[in-house]
Design a protein around this ligand. Sequence first.
Ligand code: SAH
Length: 218
Amino acid sequence: MSTPNHKIRLLLELRGTGVTDTRVLSAIERVPREIFVPAALRDRAYENTPLPIGLGQTLSQPTVVGLMTQALELQPKSKVLEIGTGSGYQTSVLALLARRVYTIERHRPLLGEAEKRFRQMSIHNVTSRFGDGWKGWPELAPFERIIVTAAPEEVPQALLDQLAPGGIMVIPVGPAGDQRLLRIRRGEADLLFTTEELTMVRFVPLVEGMPDAAEGGR
Ligand code: SAH
């Protein structure tokens, strides 16, 4: 199948912003972003822009998905935890590059939609859960990779605790308007954390606890 022009343009844009890992680029090429956006925005699916997915949440900009995925240094055997399933787009990209992806979302309607898309795409290595990702998924820890797609003001301790020795976490941290994308590596032997700042980003906040009726949750 040939790649349509709008997709080629997006892939060039990804390279331009430093996404050069060919495995990451080909995963992004293979995931049809149009099925993750509301019908009314489908013709904008390959623009390099974040798009609203309902309940005040957004599907991240493709270059940010690319940079975060690349920063994770996924291995085919990686066991990954993702916080903030949202539309399931980032999850699907991860699922093509890792052995298994565990993903948590605190808005049940978004999770339901994302799960439908995983089935539609015949993705079978994703396990998803409705819950508060602030606490991670302790029953299944440790994880070799952790990716957080909403921004807390500080890295949640539970997530640090659940990162395997030699593991990598990619997480946006900071208040609205001043968020930095961090890559945190955990030492294989000494278990110590080393933090690198990758770039400035803009994410919805990582909210603690579950939504109430006013927030549109259930
Ligand atoms: N990766 C997503 C982007 C989702 S936006 C995508 O590709 O579409 C961030 C998501 O994080 C939102 O869906 C929001 O509901 C979710 N979120 C925020 N705080 C959370 C928490 N404490 N636990 C789980 N999910 C959370």
